[in-house]
Design a protein around this ligand. Sequence first.
Ligand code: NAI
Length: 695
Amino acid sequence: MSADYQVIDDVAVITLNNPPVNGLGLATRTAAVEGLNRAAADPAVKAIVITGAGKAFSGGADIREFNSPKALTEPTLHTLIRTVENSEKPVVAAIHTVCMGGGLELALGANYRVALPGAQIALPEVKLGLLPGAGGTQRLPRVLGLETALNMIVTGTPVLSEKLAGTLLFDELLPAGSDLVAGAIAFARRVADVRPLPKVRERQVDHPDAAGFLAAARARVKAEAGPFPAPVECVETVAASVEKPFEDGLTFERERFIHLTQTTESKALRHAFFAERAASKVPDVPSDTPVREIRSAAVVGAGTMGGGIAMNFANAGIPVTILETKQDALDKGLATIRKNYENTVRKGKLAADKAEQRVGLIRGTLDYADIAQADIVIEAVFEDMGVKETVFRQLDATMKPGAILASNTSTLDLNRIAALTSRPQDVIGLHFFSPANVMKLLEIVRGAETGKDVLATALALAKKIKKTGVVAGVCDGFIGNRMVEQYIRQAGFLLDEGALPQQVDAAIEKFGFAMGPFRMGDLAGNDVGWYIRKRRAVESPDVKYSKTADLLCEQGRFGQKTGAGWYDYQAGDRTPRPSPWVDEMIVKHSHDLGINRRAISDEEIVERLVYALVNEGARILEEGIALRASDIDMVYLSGYGFPLFRGGPMFYADTVGLPAVLAAVEKYARGYHGEAWAPAPLLVRLAGAGKTFNG
Ligand code: NAI
C-alpha cells in the first residue's frame, strides 16, 4: 500500500504514503487512482480529500523511478491528475510541509486546495534541466498569474504557502498548528454540493500586458540561462498558457519536456543529482553502521586551511579549538577567522549576532591538553612528513580513546601517518579544498586500517557541515589532485609547443571551466606546485614537466599574492593582465628546447586538458581509488570548477563516446611528451566493448 483510503462520514480521505516524501511512484499512483475510483463508486461519499502522510504532501516524482520504464507505466502522473480533474465529486488537496513538482501538479488538478502555513511550494524541475511536464506550466499561471508562476517555474525556488495566501492557489489557508485533515474535511463538506465544480484549466491567465511581459521575460531569461536550455523552454511553455488553448498548451508542454529529457545538459544535471547521492554510499559500510558522536572538534594548525576548517565546525554549531605552536601564529589565524566573519556580515550574508555566536565557538590554544577531549581532531600543519609525525605522535599520546584523528594532507601517504599512531583504525584523511569554509568538496581518504565506523562518521560529518563528501583511497593526490596533475602537465607542455597562458585559459574557460589552469595557479600560489615538483624530482625523476613554471617561480612570480605570476596584477586588483615578460620567457624556452612553435587550436587545448583528466580518472577508477565514475565527476564538479552542464570529466567522456576519446589519447601519445598519454587500460577496454564509464 502506498496510499491509504478511508471514509470519514461522507468524505473519502486518500493519504499518499510513500516515505520519505510521498514520491509519486507507480504503486502510489495506482493506489491513489484506485482510491479515487472507489470514492466515485461509493454513493455514501460526497467529496474527496487527498493528502500526504508524514513529512510531505508530496515531493513529486519518485526519484527511484527516474530513467525507469515504471515512470511511463499506467497510471502515469498524467492519468492520475486527469482522474482527479475529471472526478464528478469535489476533490480537495490538503497541503502541508512539502508540495513540489508532480505533487504541486497533482494539487493543481484538484478542485480546491487547503493548506497549512510553512508548506514549501515549488516546481523545481528546472534544476534538473527539465520543465514541469504534468500540466504545471499551464495550470500554475492560471492560479498565480503570469509573473509569479513564471518566476517560480524558471528558478525552481520554493515559496512558503503563507506567501501565496490570497491567490487562487489556495482556497483556504488554515491557522498554523491546526489539524489539516479535519480542516480539509470540513471545507469539503461546505463545498460538497457546489456545481459546476471549479477547475483550474477553465480559468484564464491574468495579466494586463502578457505580450509585453513575455517579451521582456524571454530576453532576460535567455541572457541569464547560459548554456542551459531549460529556463528558456520554461518561459516558452508558460507563454503557451496565455497564447494557446489549454489542451494545446498541455501538448506543447509535453513535447518540450520530452525534448529537454534528451538534452545533454539535462542528462548532466540529473547525473550530478544522482552522483551526489551515490557518493555517500560505500558498499561495505552499510547505512546502519554505527557512527561516533561529534560534539566537539579540534584543529591543529591555524594557517590557510586550519582557519577555514575550524569555521566549518563553528558554522554547524560545533565548538572547536585550534592548536598552534606559537602565540603569534595563533593570533594571526584567529584574527583571519574574525575578519572572514566580518566580511560575510558586511556583505549581508550573515546576521552580526550569528557571526558573534560562531566566533564564540572557536577557541585557540598552545597546549595539547586543551584538545584532548575533542571527539575529532583535524591536522592542518605544514605538508611535511616530519612535522606531521611530531603532531600525530602527540595526538596519539594525548587524545582521549575513540577520538577520530584526521589529516588534511593533500599528497602524503595516509597509511604512513596512521602507522605513526597506536590506533590506525581511528585515523582518516579529511581533505578540504581552499577556501575550506567555502568549497563544497571534501575528499574522505580511507586508509588501509580506517575503521568502518570512522568512515561512516566522516560521511555523516560531511553532511552536517554541508560538504559533498567523496571517498578516496590512498595514493599521491587522491582523486582530484592526482588528476589535476596530468591536466597541469598538459597545460605546461602546450606552452612549450606554441600556446600562451591567456590562450589556454580562454579556451578552457570557453569550454565552461570556472577558471583556466594559469589563472588558477596564480590564485592558489605557483610556489605550491614548485615545492611538489621539487619533491617529485627526487621521488619519481622520470615524470617530466614543462620547465616554464619553474622559470616563473625562480623570478618570485608566485601569483596574486606577489602581484605577479603567469599574469601581471595591479595593486588591489585581481584582474589578470597578460605579461610580456612571461610571453617572452615562454617563447625563449621553446627556442632553447629547439621546438618550432606552432599555432595550437582551442579544440586541441580543450582535448588535451580534459582527456588528460579522463585518462587519469580511468586509472583511478580501475585501481579502486574512486569507488565509481560518478564520484570522480562529483570531485570535479564540486572542487575544480568543471562545468556542471557537462556533468564532470567521466560523464563528458561518455557523451563524447569513449572510442573517440581513446583515438585522441592515442594520437597525443604519438606527439610531444607522448609518454604522458599511455592509454589507461580501463579506457581501452570500455571503448572496445562499446561501454561507458558511468554504466
Ligand atoms: P599553512 O602554512 O597556511 O598553515 C600551516 C599552519 O600550521 C601554520 O599556521 C603553522 O604555524 C602551523 N603549524 C606548523 N607546525 C605545527 C605544529 N607542529 N603544531 C601546530 N601547528 C603547526 O598551510 P596550509 O596551506 O593551511 O596547509 C596545511 C595542510 O593542508 C597541508 O597538509 C596542505 O597540504 C593541506 N592542504 C592545503 C591546501 C591549500 O590550498 N593550501 C588545500 C588542501 C590541503
